[in-house]
Design a protein around this ligand. Structure first.
Ligand code: ADP
Ligand code: MG
Length: 453
């Protein structure tokens, strides 16, 4: 909910107490949308002239009295009918829809964002940016894998700024919508240019989500570059999200990426198990404050959905609605019934493309009969170093992630250690058929589907 619809909801609670049920249900309850919000004047839409006149004649004074009581800034409400809204000039209507109400998801706040090691820095910096838009870090660039909270954090910045100042114009735009707007700008007349400028330039904060989508769209990038410079020079806060660091954005023009790099970049990593459990707890509480889901169950879900919070939340929601529909207490059996299918499909996709680094590590450890801690650890005995090198080699082979990242999976070894381990295994395999055989057998094991999930 935008702050203004929150204001209306608060007013509604009082109206319910003040007037009889019939009046309340007929007149006030159906008013759900704030049409326009300009300089403290909120325009609310009602279904027809008749309702509008009744409210404006009989109740407007009381409503405005309540609005003043509940709002920290001067505010006044005005009621218009649906017909009048349609007669509004197009440009006017478009703008009000494009930002503020309806543009930000009001549940994406700092409050609802659970902080842990994986997102702590990103969170703290986002708070600072929201506190002093345009002054701390511009642009503010958030990157990380899908489903880890980039959009949430970005919109939290917008919601926070808006909560402190309803006058601020915040524009949230997905990069693909920017492309669409730009394409329609090209294909139409000059009226569109004005609309485009009004939408994108007459703002205080721009939030551009998933910038990597602009790859290859070079004309759009050029337009975005001009906009970026305009906003930047006017000290407007720019927030950008992406699935990769700016330096790795291929097919985006260097003059843009260097500008991104000139601001502040923060990344969001995969949250640790405990952190994921906290997120599930918070989510459970928002879904149903009275609902208790056991720790073991939350732990199970958190361990099954490590890499994507959106999927993890999806599983929780599915489980809860399943239990509610059939009126069941949430036990492990119910979890299996509700999520069995999801977990099985997930298992399949995991086998195909997810980063099961630890699975490789355990299979290698198993094959050579060493413990996992020894495989990952620092012991230098050949009994451990050979399997360790093979595991590094196989992770590189399967997932082609940076040597440095592989090093972080083996007790923080550095890039060059991993690189030489991988090269050694590759070289030795050519001369040593036993080694080749061992590595091939391990690869088969890694590739074979296992029955358990
Ligand atoms: P991204 O944009 O990185 O793909 P989203 O911001 O859409 O990810 O997040 C996916 C879902 O997970 C959203 O519902 C979001 O609210 C939730 N989520 C992600 N991170 C957190 C967090 N730290 N605390 C609470 N919810 C989170
Ligand atoms: Mg997103």
């Amino acid at each position: 909910m935008s702050p203004n619809s929150t204001l209306w909801q608060t007013i509604l609670q009082d109206l319910e107490k003040l007037y009889n049920e019939e009046t309340y249900n007929e007149l006030f309850l159906p008013v759900t949308s704030t049409f326009k919000d300009q300089n403290g004047l909120l325009t609310m839409v009602v279904a027809n002239e008749f309702l509008k006149n009744r409210i404006n004649k009989l109740y407007i004074a009381k409503i405005n009295e309540l609005a003043t009581k509940y709002s920290s800034t001067p505010v006044r409400l005005k009621f218009v009918s649906q017909e009048e809204v349609i007669e509004e000039p197009v440009a006017d209507r478009k703008l009000t829809i494009d930002y503020r109400q309806g543009n930000l998801n009001s549940t994406y706040t700092f409050d609802s964002f659970v902080v842990g090691k994986s997102n702590m820095f990103a969170f703290r910096m986002a708070m600072k940016v929201a506190d002093q838009p345009g002054a701390v870090a511009n642009p503010f660039y958030i990157f990380g894998d899908v489903g880890l909270g980039k959009t949430h954090l970005m919109q939290a910045i917008g919601n926070y700024i808006l909560d402190n100042d309803v006058e601020k114009r915040i524009l949230y735009v997905k990069a693909d919508n920017f492309i669409e707007d730009f394409v329609s700008l090209l294909s139409r007349n000059k009226n569109k240019t004005e609309e485009f400028n009004a939408k994108y330039k007459d703002i205080d904060v721009i939030l551009v989500d998933d910038i990597q989508i602009m790859a290859n769209a070079s004309k759009t990038q050029m337009e975005f570059f001009k906009l970026f410079d305009y906003l930047y020079l006017n000290n407007k806060q720019i927030v950008i999200t992406s699935d990769k660091p700016a330096s790795q954005l291929t097919n985006i023009m260097p003059r843009l990426t260097t500008r991104f790099e000139a601001g502040l970049s923060v990344d969001i990593q995969i949250p640790e198990l405990e952190h994921r459990i906290s997120i599930l707890k918070r989510k459970t509480a928002t879904l149903d404050a009275n609902l208790e889901v056991g720790e073991d169950i939350l732990t199970f879900i958190a361990s099954q959905f490590a890499a994507n919070i959106r999927e993890m939340e999806g599983a929780l929601i599915r489980l809860i609605s399943y239990a509610q529909t059939f009126n069941l207490e949430i036990t492990m059996n119910v979890v299996e019934e509700a999520l069995g299918a999801v977990l099985k499909t997930k298992k399949k996709t995991n086998d195909l493309n997810e980063n099961n680094y630890d699975k490789i590590q355990s299979i290698v450890a198993d094959y050579f009969q060493v413990s996992l801690p020894d495989l990952i650890g620092k012991k230098r005995h050949a009994k451990f170093t050979l399997p360790r090198h093979i595991a590094m080699y196989l992770i590189k082979l399967k997932y082609n992630i940076p040597y440095k990242t592989i090093g972080s999976l083996f007790n923080d070894r550095d890039h060059s250690t991993v690189l030489s381990a991988c090269e050694k295994v590759e070289r030795d395999m050519r001369m040593d058929s036993n080694l080749k055989f061992a590595v091939d057998s391990i690869v088969k094991k890694i590739d074979s589907p296992s029955l358990k999930w």
